[in-house]
Unconditional design. Structure first.
Length: 115
């Protein structure tokens, strides 16, 4: 009996990895062909961020949906929470660097720092 449970879990993990990869590729393609506002070209960091987030969203949403169909609400909730956490971490780690605003820039016009 334990062997069957392990096999089901291994299949579920492989299924989630397959779903992640499908979402990753689909979102990467979609993001790569879209242009940014202002006419800027494709930026690799943005494509990577959106691709990882798309993969996480598809995988966690599919795991949650299949768990709800089995009436396994704990697994469904954990799937949603894990997906949301992964998306937030990805947003934080792969966010585009923001240029300094004038208030944050501590240099004066002569290239020296103000005191």
């Amino acid at each position: 009996m334990k062997w069957a449970a392990r096999r089901r879990r291994a299949g579920a993990v492989a299924g989630a990895a397959d779903l992640f990869l499908r979402g990753f590729v689909a979102t990467a393609l979609l993001t790569a062909v879209q242009k940014e506002r202002g006419g800027a070209g494709v930026r690799g960091r943005r494509v990577l961020r959106h691709a990882v987030q798309g993969g996480l969203a598809l995988a966690s949403g599919s795991v949650a949906a299949s768990a709800i169909l089995r009436r396994d609400y704990g697994t469904a909730a954990m799937g949603v929470v894990a997906g949301a956490a992964g998306i937030l971490v990805t947003e934080h780690l792969l966010a585009s660097p923001q240029p300094l605003t004038h208030a944050e820039d501590k240099e004066n016009g002569l290239g020296q720092e103000d005191e």
